[in-house]
Design a protein. Structure first.
Length: 379
């Protein structure tokens, strides 16, 4: 770390935070946003995000007051379908007019995002810096193998924000629950949601194993539903086809808020390491997640009162045998192993069922979060 000494910045009325990626990525940054809210309680918090942030967070209790949608740009975010055209020059010009006192880069290593944050004209910039990124006024080194929640808490500590929680929390609203119940009804017996999809197929547990879990849970007396996006429909259909007992598919049936409401009514959610798994945890539902060991380090919750992170220790590509502990993500740029076979297929069905049984039938304390309650830090 370098730059001026850490500490609270005086006379801060408006804070910009760059975090324009996917659902799980946003949830991991929530404890840092709550720390900023507690450190600067009267400041307006403006998230520089994606279109889905604007749709989902508008009117929803959270540390974020407002969302400015960042235009698509390399290393910042990809374009989405039917998105109105916008230029980065126009965005930066408008953002400079906001008069930000602080601008924080909580988006990644900073090769592309640090120049954007520096261009906002804030009195002070702070955040993450990889070795190939330009510096900010206050920065801390970006190192891939670090728990994401801790990474962002370290970053906001550069401006004097002290952690108030280690637990990403964004409770389902009454509207979320009403939408979910209008589609799925109230559970007539303990409900378990399975989510077999995930963007990166290397993090995907086989669909026949999800089907085996569905059969076993149905035999145990649970109501089983399957969730998924439109792009994940084929995976959900594979689980339904392989299962011997009827399971209820809910594909593209709910908004993101409705999905939060559905998960809030569940006894447990079983999923790959993907946004919906982390959403379920954020609304307070016990989870059983399937993780590759590298992601176990970075994104799996360390809490075990309500969550089980089942880990595959596979480090060599199942196809070519290459050690992927150092280049699993570098291959996105075309370097190293380019195979996409599952790295988590070896996680046993029995471990998943044991975890569900432990979370739902064994009793014991299940703390919702570590730190203050959300009402203490959100507006």
């Amino acid at each position: 770390m370098t730059g001026p000494p850490q500490g609270l910045v005086p006379d801060v009325s408006r804070i910009a935070v760059l975090r324009a990626n996917a659902l799980g990525d946003f949830l991991f940054v929530l404890p840092a946003l709550e720390a900023l809210r507690a450190a600067y309680p009267s400041a307006e918090m403006v998230l520089l995000g994606a279109p889905w942030h604007a749709r989902w967070l508008t009117g929803r209790p959270s540390p974020v007051d407002r969302v400015l949608v960042v235009p698509p740009a390399e290393g910042v975010r990809a374009a989405v379908d039917a998105e109105p055209p916008a230029t980065m020059d126009g965005f930066v010009s408008a953002a400079r007019g906001e008069g930000f006192d602080l601008a924080l880069q909580l988006h990644g290593g900073g090769r592309h995002s640090n120049p954007l944050v520096s261009a906002l004209g804030a009195r002070l910039t702070a955040g993450l810096r990889a070795t190939d990124a330009p510096p900010l006024d206050r920065w801390i080194r970006y190192v891939f193998y670090q728990p994401e929640v801790i990474r962002y808490l370290e970053a906001v500590a550069l401006v004097g924000a002290v952690p108030v929680t280690l637990t990403p929390t964004l409770p389902a609203t009454d509207g979320d629950r009403a939408e979910a119940r209008a589609v799925a009804g109230l559970p007539v017996r303990p409900r378990v949601a399975l989510h077999p999809g995930v963007t990166d197929s290397r993090r995907r547990w086989p669909t026949h194993r999800f089907a085996a879990v569905a059969d076993a849970l149905a035999a145990m007396g649970f109501e089983v539903v399957l969730t998924g996006t439109g792009e994940e429909r084929a995976l959900v259909e594979q689980v339904c086809a392989a299962a011997h007992t009827p399971v209820r598919p809910l594909v593209d049936a709910l908004s993101l808020g409705g999905l939060a409401g559905l998960y809030a009514d569940c006894a447990v959610v079983v999923a790959n390491d993907t946004g919906p798994l982390h959403l379920a945890a954020a609304v307070g539902t016990p989870t059983v997640g399937i993780f590759w060991i590298g992601n176990m380090i970075t994104v799996a919750t360390p809490l075990r009162g309500r969550h089980r992170a089942l880990t595959s220790w596979t480090i060599h590509c199942p196809v070519c045998g290459e050690d992927c502990t150092r280049d699993l993500y570098a291959c996105r740029a075309g370097d190293g192993c380019a195979h996409r076979d599952s790295f988590v297929a070896d996680v046993p069905v029995a471990e998943v069922l044991e975890a569900v049984e432990d979370l739902t039938r064994s009793g014991g304390a299940q703390p919702y979060r570590l730190g203050k309650e959300p009402a203490d830090v959100v507006r």
